[in-house]
Design a protein. Structure first.
Length: 108
């Protein structure tokens, strides 16, 4: 029997820790979505010389099942809790049906 990770793990996490957002794909119509927002997500990049670079960026966790078409670079998302608009810079899918989207803030 396989585990439905989206139903058993991601849905409860988003119900507990998620917040409202409006996802605005480059192509198509905007829609409401539940996201887990992290203003200062920290990640490490290993450079060609073996050294590491530590960076922080705003990010959201999403459930792929909430999307008709998966996110792409250049999509936008308005986070209701902070009243700010962001653009999707990078997509990092996991193996459980979720993704971490790294964002850049859009200056209006």
């Amino acid at each position: 029997m396989s585990i439905n990770w989206d139903k058993e793990l991601l849905a409860p996490l988003h119900d507990t820790f998620g917040g409202n957002a409006e996802y605005r794909p480059r192509v198509g119509v905007a829609f409401k979505i539940n996201v887990i927002f992290d203003r200062a997500y920290t990640y490490i990049t290993t450079l060609d010389d073996g050294s590491e670079m530590v960076s922080t960026a705003p990010a959201i966790g999403i459930r792929e099942s909430d999307f008709v078409r998966l996110p792409v670079q250049g999509d936008k998302v308005f986070i209701d809790d902070v009243k700010e608009l962001f653009i999707v810079r990078e997509m990092h899918p996991d193996s459980l049906g979720g993704q971490k989207l790294l964002l850049n803030k859009v200056n209006r």
